[in-house]
Design a protein around this ligand. Structure first.
Ligand SMILES: *Cc1c(COP(=O)(O)O)cnc(C)c1O
Length: 228
């Protein structure tokens, strides 16, 4: 992994993000998605100003978390099975992929037992793709209503994964709709729910996400570069 190349790519992404948010929104936090990369490849990101990393599989994360803990904030961003929650309850800084009351309950139970409160995002599915995880927009408020009083979690916002597509008009619409849902819930201010983070945008579409007021973008391949 070439450190200079990585520094250049990160500088370009940061430039893009600043240009796309255009003073209309704060520049989103660049979360480096480090799945498939080793701790040795990930550690240099600290010198390049990366504060938070995202991992999408518990088992893979557990293999490298000892080397990463304390150096980065660690966010779980992928689909999470209930029986894996116990491994990460004491070790990650945010779980971005909460999409059911059962999962929220298990996270809450495990974290409460450790005397901690886990920041979580509710994952929504803007295109309604059931197989990918995430709740449809119409089920977001009912889910929040169920989980907002759970003592071991604190809802801090929404996360979204867009469909795999090059259709920029479609993505523009879906990011816009996600931002609107986020703002509406924020304005309704349900007790026990903070809408301060909106995690959306990946390597292929982070600029569109930034234009629509993402507060975090999750970028993997554009940080690490093409595979050889
Ligand atoms: C892999 C992944 C990303 C990053 O994808 P890239 O296209 O490599 O930027 C973002 N979010 C989630 C949930 C992921 O699994």
């Amino acid at each position: 992994m070439d450190m200079n190349m990585m520094a250049e790519r990160i500088a370009l992404i940061r430039n893009d993000l600043a240009a796309a948010s255009e003073g209309r929104y704060p520049v989103p936090e660049l979360i480096a998605v480090t799945k498939t990369h080793t701790a040795e490849e990930i550690l240099p990101l600290e010198q390049l100003g990366i504060k938070v990393i995202g991992e999408n599989r518990v088992q893979e994360l557990m293999g490298k978390i000892d080397a990463l803990e304390g150096r980065f904030g660690i966010h779980l961003i992928g689909r999470l099975q209930r029986n894996k929650v116990r491994y990460i309850a004491g070790r990650v800084d945010m779980i971005q992929s909460v999409d059911s009351a059962e999962l929220a309950e298990e996270i809450s139970r495990r974290c409460a037992a450790l005397g901690r409160v886990m920041p979580v995002l509710v994952e929504v599915s803007p295109a309604g793709e059931k197989q990918k995880g995430g709740v449809p927009f119409s089920e977001t408020r009912p889910l929040l209503e169920t989980i907002r009083r759970f003592e071991g979690i604190r809802v801090e916002g929404l996360m979204a994964v867009m469909p795999q597509t090059d259709d920029e008009a479609l993505l523009d619409r879906l990011f816009g709709e996600t931002r609107t849902l986020f703002e509406h819930i924020r304005d309704e201010a349900p007790e026990g729910v903070a809408m301060r983070e909106l995690s959306m945008g990946m390597s292929g579409d982070y600029m569109i996400a930034a234009r629509h007021g993402a507060t975090m973008v999750r970028v993997g391949s554009a940080v690490f570069g093409p595979r050889n």
